[in-house]
Design a protein around this ligand. Structure first.
Ligand SMILES: Cc1cc2nc3c(=O)[nH]c(=O)nc-3n(C[C@H](O)[C@H](O)[C@H](O)COP(=O)(O)OP(=O)(O)OC[C@H]3O[C@@H](n4cnc5c(N)ncnc54)[C@H](O)[C@@H]3O)c2cc1C
Length: 244
């Protein structure tokens, strides 16, 4: 890769908040106006840097929620005891500015020529880069078969629910709710386990291309289950968002 391209991706630039969408009680999507953005691929992330008036600054990574060619957006979940996410989800207003650099990460990405079948497994806000992949697949007219298994605490915590439900017919979208299920709930309940994967995952013989994203413990548990199902490690891509 050309040195100037790398330098461009690692340089901070000023982003302006162009739109805010409240997704759930604790999650919002922030669309950014980034005049010098070099473009991104579904699955990549960016870094955000916030600087206080006294010069103190904090940096965090956020997956890019939009597909290749779409304006950049991030989707942030508020951690009540967090430093940066409460600001982004409660204080930030339209027209505010923040510093951003990216796009970052070439491994956790998908494009139609990577093929499939695709298995996408998300825990909580880990659905963000997987949504970008689903959008990119849809926008590019790719017919690669795809299954999404998305674990949330409750139905009200499901991010992008309306959009994900619209993919049904083109993609197999399955939810599991770990804390509470509404009356008559027909999806899965509880944490992702081997029995759930037995019903959702492609057979290993089809060499699925798998993307797993979410809190670190979730990603590690799911990756172990997939390897035990003889999924080829080189085709299981993981992104850990942090946390215990
Ligand atoms: C590559 C990458 C992509 C990411 N993409 C997203 C994204 O799309 N959306 C998003 O909301 N977050 C994403 N994150 C997480 C994000 O970078 C921050 O860690 C998160 O917003 C918490 O920051 P904070 O300053 O509010 O909390 P902090 O003050 O950093 O942490 C507060 C407490 O929460 C714990 N914690 C930190 N992160 C998590 C987590 N993910 N789950 C559970 N506990 C946690 C910490 O261990 C600490 O105890 C991503 C992280 C990485 C590395």
């Amino acid at each position: 890769m050309a040195r100037t391209a790398v330098r461009g991706r690692l340089s901070w630039q000023v982003a302006e908040v162009a739109a805010i969408t409240e997704e759930t009680h604790s999650v919002r999507t922030i669309a950014l106006n980034l005049p010098d953005w070099p473009g991104h691929h579904a699955g990549q992330h960016l870094d955000v840097r916030l600087t206080a008036e006294d010069g103190y600054s904090a940096e965090r990574s956020y997956s890019i929620a939009s597909a290749d060619g779409e304006p950049v957006a991030i989707t942030v979940e508020r951690l009540e005891d967090g430093e940066v996410s409460p600001y982004l989800t409660q204080e930030l207003r339209l027209g505010d500015q923040m510093e951003v650099r990216g796009p970052i990460g070439d491994w956790f990405t998908w494009s139609p020529h990577d093929g499939g079948p695709l298995l996408l497994i998300a825990g909580g806000s880990g659905v963000v880069p997987l949504r970008a992949i689903l959008r990119h697949r849809q926008r590019s007219g790719s017919g690669v078969p795809v299954r999404l298994l998305y674990s949330s605490r409750t139905l009200a915590d499901v991010i992008y629910r309306e959009e994900l439900d619209q993919y049904r017919g083109h993609a197999e979208v399955r939810y599991t709710l770990t804390r509470a299920q509404p009356p008559g709930w027909a999806g899965f309940s509880g944490r992702v386990d081997d029995a759930m994967l037995a019903r959702v995952a492609w057979p290993a013989s089809r060499r699925p291309l798998t993307f797993v994203c979410g809190p670190t413990a979730f990603v590690e548990a799911v990756a172990e289950l997939l390897l035990a199902r003889h999924y080829p490690a080189s085709r299981v891509k993981t992104e850990r968002f942090g946390g215990a």
